[in-house]
Design a protein around this ligand. Structure first.
Ligand SMILES: Cc1cc2nc3c(=O)[nH]c(=O)nc-3n(C[C@H](O)[C@H](O)[C@H](O)COP(=O)(O)OP(=O)(O)OC[C@H]3O[C@@H](n4cnc5c(N)ncnc54)[C@H](O)[C@@H]3O)c2cc1C
Length: 420
């Protein structure tokens, strides 16, 4: 019998496994044969939750994230961290980072099973029974860190599920010199309602590989996502210069799901839910690593104290985890995401365009806003995030709107303020 079984070796499950395996006999189960290749943005504010990983290891973190391009129709909002200090963080080759978390987990005595899907979980009074495609395992505490691919397990245990959106991404591989010539930024974030009313088109720029794609609407079909991404890469003028001399293949497009809007409780007797499975992804930027790492940290603290006191894993004991997530994440940093989601993602294309174009112009012209954005990346303790900076940014955005939009959108900005 294991003390703890974790389902899912994404950033949430793997980082939690690495932490808790120092204190408990732990099994990590992953349905995939091997980890997916992913190139992501890794802001500096993630670092405190990833202790003892070498941030200078350029196999994991191939590039500094110096510049972001908030691409607009007429004006680009460029954040160049050199204007104020250090880089904004790193570009991460996620599968290599997770691999290194798993190595530490195994060094701590943890056990891992790849290519084994958990099909069913049964709860009894004193243990959990975990039935996979190959085996049956038992544990005292179960951790669900299954992301957005399948909510069957958490539903069967009585948890609710977050709102889930469709997305698509691909990798473009190329010579490092060509990539450096084409991209003078590490991250591009662009809104266009013709692409999606619910998410950005993006480039995450690594050394010899770039990830690009967009996060779409709730029920967009795979075929529609694929066709749209193909049209964008082939014909979308604003991104043409970045793709010069680079080639991509439609057959490597990957459709995916992403969830947000957290579920209402994260713990039950003998079970915790971590990361994206719990909807812990920011609602505007779709930042999921921070909450994956943070939920792993809070879960580890909760469980270590229960182990130290030789208690059971009852809901009452595990509820400390819910409290930490609510107080430190959902009641501050996440509110920015909810307010921005409400303002920027809009079924009315005209509104979406006017707000986004005004925002990119504001970034270009307002030094204090550029500094505030950098400072949000650099925060060393996200739990003390000050949402007043977002209210201030919202006011500046409102002031910069064309006069007619100020009149029509005034009530919307007031409602956005009420999200805080
Ligand atoms: C296109 C795209 C780009 C993104 N870019 C960024 C970014 O740059 N920065 C950022 O911070 N966030 C980004 N995000 C969000 C972020 O990637 C996710 O929120 C985060 O990786 C979720 O981590 P997780 O560990 O909770 O879930 P996942 O990474 O989804 O891991 C869940 C794991 O559980 C496994 N699993 C599921 N069900 C079972 C089962 N029944 N049995 C066994 N195993 C199972 C899955 O195979 C998977 O490996 C992006 C998301 C998307 C879609």
């Amino acid at each position: 019998m294991y003390d703890i079984i974790i389902i899912g070796a994404g950033i949430s499950g793997a980082s939690f496994a690495r932490k808790i395996s120092k204190y408990a006999k732990t099994l990590l189960i992953e349905s995939k044969k091997e980890l997916d290749v992913k190139t992501n943005i890794f802001p500096e504010h993630n670092n405190p939750y990833l202790k003892n990983i070498n941030l200078n290891n350029d196999e994991i973190f191939p590039k500094e994230h110096i510049k972001t391009n908030y691409l607009g129709k007429k004006v680009n909002g460029i954040i160049d961290s050199k204007e104020f200090g250090n880089s904004l963080g790193k570009i991460v080759y996620t599968e290599i980072l997770i691999d290194s978390l798993i190595k530490d987990f195994l060094d701590n005595g943890g056990n891992i099973k790849f290519n084994e899907k958990v099909k069913l979980v049964n709860r009894t009074t004193n243990k959990m029974e975990v039935i996979t495609s190959k085996n049956i395992y038992y544990c005292k505490l179960l951790i669900i860190a299954t992301g957005s691919s399948d909510f069957k397990l958490q539903r069967s245990l009585g948890f609710s599920v977050p709102d889930t959106f469709s997305g698509i991404f691909t990798h473009i591989y190329g010579d490092e010199d060509i990539i450096n010539e084409n991209f003078d930024f590490s991250y591009l974030f662009h809104l266009n309602p013709q692409i999606s009313n619910n998410g950005p088109f993006f480039f995450n720029v690594g050394k010899r590989r770039i990830s690009t794609g967009f996060l779409g609407n709730i029920d967009e079909s795979e075929e529609s996502l694929r066709k749209k991404l193909n049209r964008i890469l082939e014909n979308y003028k604003p991104i043409e210069p970045y793709l010069r001399n680079l080639k991509w293949s439609n057959s490597s497009f990957i459709t995916c799901k992403i969830s947000k809007h957290p579920i209402n409780n994260f713990s039950q007797d003998r079970v915790l839910v971590l990361g994206e499975a719990a909807g812990l992804v920011t609602a505007f930027f779709y930042e999921g690593f921070l909450s994956g790492l943070l939920s792993a940290e809070f879960a580890m603290k909760t469980i270590k104290s229960i182990i130290d006191n030789d208690h059971d894993f009852s809901k009452m004991e595990l509820e400390y985890y819910d409290k930490k997530i609510n107080k430190n994440l959902l009641e501050n940093y996440y509110k920015n995401g909810l307010a921005c989601e409400y303002l920027f993602y809009n079924p009315n294309s005209k509104v979406m365009n006017v707000i986004w174009d005004t925002y990119t112009k504001l970034i270009k012209e307002n030094k204090r806003l550029r500094k505030e954005i950098c400072e949000a990346y650099w925060l060393q303790d996200i739990t003390s995030y000050d949402t007043n900076r977002d209210k201030w940014a919202g006011e500046q955005l409102f002031k910069k709107l064309p006069t007619v939009s100020k009149i029509t959108l005034g009530p919307k900005f007031i409602k956005a303020l009420m999200k805080f």
